[in-house]
Design a protein around this ligand. Structure first.
Ligand code: NAP
Length: 309
C-alpha cells in the first residue's frame, strides 16, 4: 500500500501514463521544476527518464528514500548523490524492448528506402514530373550494433529475418551467434549500418566521433536509438554535410527537445523526437513497472528492477 501524497511525481507525463498512475496511486504532481515544490513529506519520487533529477531538489526532501524512473536509461539520475544518501533507485528494463526495436526497424527502412522523402514526393505531386530516386537494399549488408544488451539482442533477432550479417561491440562478449569487434571503430569499418543501443555513460560519451564516422564511410548509415551523448554531433553534422557517411536516423539528441538546427536542413537524415518507447501499450507497462517498484519499496520488499550503482 502506497500512502496518499507520499510520492512526488516530478516532470511532465503523457496522458496515458498519468491515467495508469492515477489508477494505482495518489502522488503529488510537480510538473514544472522551475516552480516551488508543493509542500509535503515525500518518501519517494516518480519521474521519467527524459527529466533530469536535480540534486538541489533532492536536498530539499530529507525523508526521500526511493526514486522510480520510467525508462531503462537512468542517466537522468544523480547516482553518486543517491548512493551517498542511501536512496534506492529503480528503472523499467525489458518492457520497452518491443517498441524500441519496432521503431529502430522502421527508422532503418525509412532511411535506406527514403520513405519520408517518397511520401513527400507523392504528396507534392512531384511524381507527375519525374521518377523518384533509386535507393538502397538492406539484404546482404552487415549491420553493426554497439550495445548487445536487452534492446541490442532483441533488435538483432528481428534483423536476422532481413538476410543481413550481424556484428556487435561492447565491453563484454555475449552468448550470441554474431561476430564480436573489440571497439566501435573496427565495428564501424565492417558495418554498412551502425546501430547505437548502449547506455549514456562517461565511457560512451561522444564515442561515435569523426574517426568512427570516417570508418563507417560514404556508403554507411548511422542509427541512434541510444542517447544523444553517445554521438559527437558536431562531427556527425560535418560527416552528413560532406557525405562522409551516407545518412543518419536519429531518435535522440544532445539537446532535447531543441536539437542542433544543422540537422533540420539536411536531406540525408531521418529525425524522430525521442519516441523509442512511445506507444500506449509500452508506456502503460513502463508506468506499471515503476509503480510495482514503488510498491515493493513501501512494502519493504526487494525492488523488482533496482538500479545498482
Ligand atoms: P542494457 O540491457 O543494459 O544493454 C546495454 C548494452 O550496452 C550492454 O550490453 C552493455 O554491455 C553495452 N555497453 C556498455 N558500454 C558500452 C560501450 N562503451 N560500447 C558499446 N556497448 C556498451 O540496456 P538496454 O535495455 O538494452 O537499453 C540500452 C539503452 O537504450 C538505454 O540505456 C537507453 O539509453 C537507450 N534507450 C533509448 C530509448 C529511446 O527512446 N530511444 C528507449 C529505451 C532505451 P555490457 O553488458 O558488456 O556491459
Amino acid at each position: 500500500m502506497i500512502p496518499v501524497n507520499s510520492v512526488l511525481q516530478v516532470g511532465q507525463f503523457p496522458e496515458v501514463m498519468q491515467t495508469a498512475i492515477d489508477q494505482r496511486i495518489t502522488p503529488v504532481r510537480y510538473p514544472d521544476l522551475s516552480s516551488n515544490i508543493p509542500p509535503g513529506s515525500y518518501e519517494s519520487i516518480l519521474i521519467r527518464s527524459n527529466t533530469q533529477l536535480p540534486v538541489e531538489l533532492l536536498e530539499k526532501l530529507p525523508l526521500l528514500k526511493m526514486v522510480a524512473t520510467c525508462g531503462v536509461g537512468y542517466d537522468n539520475l544523480p547516482l553518486d548523490y543517491l548512493k551517498a544518501k542511501g536512496i534506492k533507485a529503480s528503472n523499467t528494463p525489458g518492457v520497452l524492448n518491443d517498441a524500441v526495436c519496432e521503431l529502430a526497424v522502421g527508422m532503418l527502412f525509412g532511411l535506406l528506402r527514403r520513405i519520408p522523402q517518397a511520401h513527400e514526393f507523392v504528396k507534392s505531386a512531384a511524381w507527375s514530373k519525374g521518377l523518384f530516386t533509386v535507393t538502397t537494399t538492406l539484404a546482404g549488408k552487415c549491420v553493426g550494433i554497439a550495445g548487445m544488451g536487452r534492446i541490442g539482442q532483441d533488435l538483432a533477432k528481428r534483423l536476422e529475418a532481413f538476410k543481413v550479417k550481424i556484428a556487435y561491440t561492447g565491453p563484454s562478449r555475449k552468448e550470441v551467434p554474431y561476430e564480436y569487434f573489440p571497439d566501435i571503430r573496427s565495428l564501424a569499418k565492417a558495418s554498412d549500418v551502425l546501430f547505437l543501443a548502449c547506455p549514456a555513460t562517461p565511457e560512451t560519451e561522444k564515442m561515435v566521433n569523426a574517426e568512427v564516422l570516417s570508418a563507417l564511410d560514404s556508403k554507411g548509415y548511422l542509427i541512434n536509438i541510444a542517447r544523444g551523448s553517445v554521438v559527437d554531433e558536431a562531427a556527425l553534422l560535418v560527416a552528413l554535410q560532406q557525405n562522409i557517411i551516407a545518412g543518419a536516423a536519429l531518435d535522440v539528441f544532445e539537446n532535447e527537445p531543441n536539437p542542433n538546427i544543422g540537422f533540420l536542413n539536411l536531406d540525408n537524415v531521418l529525425l524522430t523526437p525521442h519516441i523509442g518507447s512511445a506507444t500506449s501499450e509500452t508506456r502503460q507497462l513502463m508506468t506499471n513497472l515503476a509503480i510495482d517498484n514503488l510498491e515493493a519499496f513501501y512494502n519493504k520488499k526487494s525492488l523488482l528492477t533496482e538500479v545498482k550503482n
